[in-house]
Design a protein around this ligand. Structure first.
Ligand code: ACO
Length: 309
């Protein structure tokens, strides 16, 4: 074992952080770039489903909240791309891989938003699932990723609360508003459970990522945690979660629940979800529309440093 390998192994064993300048196995670097890039892409693509509702928000207050939330997602993407850059990745290259369909982003953002209740349900369920998955990542072994996650989780917590508060409001409104919330919960429940990834038995990366302490819990453990956390919230809200198998198991002290349609997850991940093509087309268009800004910024930086662009 080389000194670098020994130091890396000891760092992981002692639960300390691996920093960008440290020696790390190629596989660790590749895994970190893969996960951080997918995560960053998810934040950026994730601006689209809710962004569509900014101009249609029912009140000025709701509009201000939604605007702030969508801007937060852009910020999360930027922290994460910066964390990937500390590993030698190039942000432009990562963006190219995304828009050419060569890198993944979260399945959840390929589903349509049909009503303003979806803004609330995305906050409650999607951001709630994101928090469940991401709080343990604050202790992830790669320093820049773990530190970025601390701020991201604080902001996600605001996103979750604004969603729940919006739903509480709608549930105390008219029957039509309550129906809108229930319809939205019916559509988003199963895709939210899929966010945690395939079942552990079908997850090729979990074992190694757990050994490297990149992941602190398996996909199934986090999915269970999310269900346990969400059922009482659904009861308080007065909505039904669309799973006939959902019931408290006193022996396990957890809720039992049904399995999502894993074929659907496979289809969505491989680019064949309800809105994959539209999401990527929109991102590609935004990239083309922003080309002049990047060129101007590069020319400005070159002039300031005295080196011609
Ligand atoms: N959507 C899209 N791709 C997924 C999903 C999903 N819901 N779940 C798993 N995958 C992909 C994995 O990225 C992996 O892809 P690969 O071909 O690059 O190897 C493959 O399916 C197999 O899955 P796993 O072996 O379970 O992969 P991994 O160990 O990376 O676990 C997980 C997946 C849980 C998503 C992990 O990467 C993670 O915790 N990422 C950070 C959180 C994140 O990206 N959140 C984004 C959504 S939250 C938000 O933006 C608000």
């Amino acid at each position: 074992m080389t000194t670098g390998e020994a130091v890396f192994t000891e760092t992981i064993e002692r639960d300390q952080r691996v920093e960008p300048a440290d020696w790390m196995p190629d596989g660790y670097r590749r895994t970190m770039i893969r996960q951080i890039a997918q995560h960053a892409h998810s934040e950026i693509i994730g601006m689209q489903p809710e962004g569509e509702w900014i101009t249609r928000a029912p009140t000025l207050r709701r509009k201000a909240i939604l605007l702030a939330k969508v801007q937060d997602e852009a910020g999360h993407g930027l922290y994460l791309y910066s964390a990937a850059e500390t590993l030698g990745a190039d942000r432009g290259d990562l963006t190219r891989r995304l828009i050419e369909g060569r890198q993944k982003y979260s399945s959840i953002f390929n589903y349509p938003t049909h009503s303003f209740a979806d803004v609330g349900v995305i906050g409650w369920l999607v951001d709630g699932a994101a928090i469940c998955n991401q709080v343990p990542l604050c202790r992830s072994s790669f320093g820049p990723y773990a530190r970025a996650m601390i701020r991201i989780c604080k902001e996600e917590s605001f996103h979750q609360r604004q969603g729940y508060e919006l739903l509480l409001n709608m549930m105390s409104g008219t029957p039509a508003q309550r129906d809108m919330v229930q319809d939205s919960v019916n559509r988003w429940w199963w895709p939210s459970l899929m966010m945690f990834g395939p079942p552990d038995a079908d997850s090729p990366n979990t074992a190694q990522s757990m050994a490297w302490k990149i992941k602190r819990h398996t996909n199934d453990e986090l999915r269970q945690r999310f269900v346990d956390m969400t059922v009482p919230q659904a009861e308080a809200l007065g909505v039904t979660l669309p799973d006939p198998a959902l019931r408290w198991n006193a022996e396990r002290e957890h809720y039992d629940f049904g399995q999502p349609d894993w074929d659907e997850l496979r289809r969505v991940i491989s680019g064949d979800g309800p809105l994959n093509r539209q999401r990527l087309a929109r991102r590609r268009q935004a990239d083309e529309d922003g080309a002049w800004v990047r060129e101007a910024a590069a020319a400005h930086a070159a002039r300031r440093s005295g080196v011609p662009a």
